[in-house]
Design a protein around this ligand. Structure first.
Ligand SMILES: NC(=O)C1=CN([C@@H]2O[C@H](COP(=O)(O)OP(=O)(O)OC[C@H]3O[C@@H](n4cnc5c(N)ncnc54)[C@H](OP(=O)(O)O)[C@@H]3O)[C@@H](O)[C@H]2O)[C@H](O)CC1
Ligand SMILES: [K+]
Length: 509
C-alpha cells in the first residue's frame, strides 16, 4: 500500500469529497465513525470507564468531538477537554456546536489540567497531520501532564506533537500512545524506530478514500503488506525440472562459524532454488554434507576460510558473506567475485562479512554490479555510508546509496526497509521480535539468493519484496508456534514453506 505525505493526505481528502459528492463534514463523520467502531469493538462502556477526549483546534480535534458524541450516544461516559484557540476549523466548530449538552466540557489551562486516575482512557485528538511546529504552551503542558499520568492513551490519526513525515527537534513534546488509530493508510512516522515509544501499536481503519486518486498518487514510500505481494510468486508448471529454478552458489562459513553457512544453505534450499552449490572452507565439508544433503559442497583448498573463487559460469546467482570472516585472502575473493559477476551479469547477494569487507575497502563499492542486493543491519549500513543523524537522515542515506550504486539495499530491523535503484523505499510489514537473535540474517541471505537465482520468473524488485516479506512472515509463524524468546533461525527456516504458500499465485483456468 502507498504511504502518502501529509500534503497528499489532505489532497486525498479533497479528492474523496469531490468523487463521493459529500461535504468535508461528512468525511469527518465517516472517519470518526470508523474510529468509534474500532474502540467500541475493543472496550465495553464499563471497560472504558469515563473517556477523556482531548480536542485541538483543527480537524483532528473535530474527529475527537465526533467520537465523543458517538461514544456518548452509545452509552459510554465521556468528558471533553478543549485546547484554548482563537479560531477552530469550520468542521471542528460545527462538531463542537453539535456536541450534546450533557457531555461535560471544559477548556484546559496550565493551571486547569484534567485529573486522570490510573487507567483512565484518554483520547488524544489535539493535533493530526496539520501539525506545523512542535507543541508549546498549554498543549505542551497538557502532554507533559499526560506523561506523568498512568492513562490508557489512544491517539487519533497520529500522536499529537509527532510530525507525519519529517524530522523534529530532539526535545519535542509528543504524546506517548498505547494505540494509534489512523485513517486508511499508514504514515511514514509510524515505521521509524525512534517513534515507537510515541506511536505504540498502530491500526488502520478504512474511510473510503478515493481509489482513483490513490492509484494515481506518485509516492516515495510503500508499505509491503499481504495485499501488496499476494500472488507475486509464480506457480510451478506441471512439467517443471530443476533447471528452471536457477542454480545458486553460496560462499559462506569459516572455522567456528559454519552455523551461519548451514542456516543460509537451508534457507536457500527451502526457497525454491533448483540447484545449490556451497563453497566453504575444508572445515565445513562434513558439516554441510550432513546437515544439508540436498546441497553440493565445493570445498576451498584452505581449511579455515575462503581463499579462491570457483568458476562462476554455471550459476544464476551468488550469495556471499554469512560466517565468512574477514581474512585478507577472502577480501581478494570478494573483489574477484565483484569483477567477474559484473562481466557475466550474475545476480549477487552480499551480507555480513562481505558487507564488513566493503565497509573497510569502500573502493570496492564502485565494482558492485547493477541490481546487487546488500543486506546490512543499521551498524553495517553505517560502515558503508556514514553515521545517520536521525531516522529520516538514514532513509536519505539509503536512497542516495541505492541510486548511486544502482543496487538494492535491505536495511534490516523492525519494518525492514528496502532501498531501490530508482528511489522508492519499501517498508516490510512482517516480522517478529523473536527474529532478533543470531542466524535470522543468514537465513535471509539464503532466501534472497534462491529468489535471485529464479530470475527467469522474478524481477529483482519482486525477488527482494517476496524474500523480505516471506522471511518476516516465517519468523512470525515460528514465534507463534514456539514463543518469541525460544524461536530460532532454523525454526523460521522450517516455516518458509508456509509463508511462500501464502504468496503463490492462484491457479488460473
Ligand atoms: N483522510 C484523513 O486522514 C482524514 C483526516 N481527518 C482529520 O483531519 C486531521 C488533519 O486536520 P487539520 O485541520 O489539517 O490539522 P490538525 O487538526 O492537525 O490541526 C491544524 C491546526 O492546528 C494548528 N497548529 C499546528 N501546529 C500547531 C502547534 N504546534 N501548536 C498550536 N497550533 C498548531 C494549525 O495552525 P497553523 O498556524 O499551522 O495553520 C491549524 O489551525 C487529520 O489528522 C485527521 O485527524 C478528517 O477528519 C477526515 C479525513
Ligand atoms: K492526535
Amino acid at each position: 500500500m502507498k504511504i502518502l505525505s501529509a500534503d497528499q493526505t489532505h489532497a486525498a481528502d479533497q479528492a474523496t469529497i469531490k468523487t463521493d459528492r459529500i461535504s468535508s463534514l461528512d468525511l469527518m463523520e465517516r472517519a470518526a465513525t470508523a474510529l468509534a467502531d474500532w474502540l467500541m469493538n475493543r472496550l465495553s462502556p464499563s471497560e472504558a470507564g469515563e473517556a477523556h477526549v482531548l480536542c485541538g483546534p483543527g480537524n483532528n480535534g473535530g474527529d475527537g468531538l465526533v467520537l465523543a458524541r458517538l461514544l456518548h450516544l452509545a452509552g459510554y461516559a465521556v468528558r471533553v477537554w478543549l485546547l484554548p484557540a482563537d479560531k477552530r476549523s469550520a468542521d471542528c466548530q460545527a462538531n463542537l456546536d453539535r456536541l450534546p449538552a450533557n457531555i461535560p466540557q471544559a477548556e484546559v489551562a496550565e493551571d486547569a489540567l484534567p485529573t486522570l486516575p490510573d487507567g483512565t482512557l484518554v483520547v488524544d485528538a489535539l493535533f493530526g497531520t496539520g501539525l506545523s511546529r512542535p507543541l508549546e504552551g498549554v498543549a505542551a503542558a497538557l502532554v507533559r501532564h499526560l506523561h506523568k499520568a498512568k492513562a490508557r492513551v489512544l491517539a487519533v490519526d497520529i500522536p499529537s506533537g509527532l510530525f507525519t513525515d519529517a524530522p523534529q527537534p530532539a526535545d519535542s513534546v509528543i504524546v506517548r500512545a498505547y494505540h494509534t488509530v489512523s485513517f486508511e493508510l499508514p504514515k511514514l512516522a509510524f515505521l521509524l524506530p525512534h517513534n515507537a515509544e510515541y506511536v505504540g501499536q498502530w491500526h488502520l481503519v478504512p474511510i473510503g478514500l478515493d481509489a482513483k486518486f490513490l492509484a494515481k498518487a506518485k509516492v516515495e514510500h510503500y508499505f509491503v503488506d499481504a495485499a501488496f505481494v499476494a500472488g507475486k510468486l509464480p506457480r510451478r508448471a506441471m512439467f517443471s525440472h530443476k533447471g528452471m529454478y536457477g542454480h545458486a552458489l553460496l560462499l559462506a562459513g569459516s572455522n567456528g562459524k559454519m552455523g551461519a553457512c548451514v542456516l543460509a544453505t537451508r534457507a536457500c534450499l527451502r526457497s525454491g532454488v533448483g540447484l545449490l552449490t556451497v563453497r566453504t572452507p575444508g572445515i565445513g565439508y562434513d558439516v554441510l554434507q550432513t546437515t544439508a544433503p540436498e546441497a553440493m559442497a565445493l570445498v576451498d583448498p584452505n581449511q579455515d576460510h575462503l581463499t579462491e573463487l570457483p568458476a562462476l559460469k554455471s550459476y544464476d546467482a551468488v550469495g556471499m558473506g554469512p560466517g565468512m570472516g574477514q581474512e585478507d585472502a577472502t577480501r581478494v575473493v570478494l573483489e574477484q567475485l565483484l569483477r567477474e559477476a559484473g562481466e557475466q551479469q550474475l545476480a549477487l547477494v552480499l551480507d555480513a562479512d562481505a558487507l564488513n569487507l566493503l565497509g573497510t575497502h569502500r573502493e570496492l563499492l564502485d565494482l558492485l554490479p547493477p541490481d546487487t542486493v546488500l543486506t546490512p543491519h543499521p551498524k553495517e549500513f553505517e560502515r558503508l555510508t556514514e553515521p545517520a543523524r536521525d531516522d529520516y537522515h538514514r532513509l536519505e542515506l539509503l536512497r542516495n546509496f541505492c541510486q548511486k550504486y544502482r543496487c538494492y539495499c535491505v536495511l534490516k530491523g523492525a519494518y525492514t526497509c528496502l532501498g531501490t535503484p530508482d528511489g522508492p523505499l519499501y517498508f516490510n510489514s512482517t516480522g517478529s521480535p523473536g527474529m532478533a537473535s543470531g542466524g535470522s540474517g543468514d537465513a535471509l541471505t539464503g532466501v534472497l539468493t534462491a529468489l535471485r537465482a529464479q530470475s527467469k520468473h522474478l524481477s529483482p524488485l519482486d525477488a527482494c519484496l517476496l524474500s523480505i516479506y516471506a522471511h518476516g512472515r516465517a519468523g512470525t509463524l515460528a514465534a507463534e508456534a514456539l514463543g518469541e524468546a525460544s524461536s530460532l533461525a532454523h525454526d523460521l527456516i522450517e516455516k518458509l514453506g508456509l509463508a511462500f504458500q501464502e504468496l503463490t499465485a492462484p491457479e488460473e483456468w
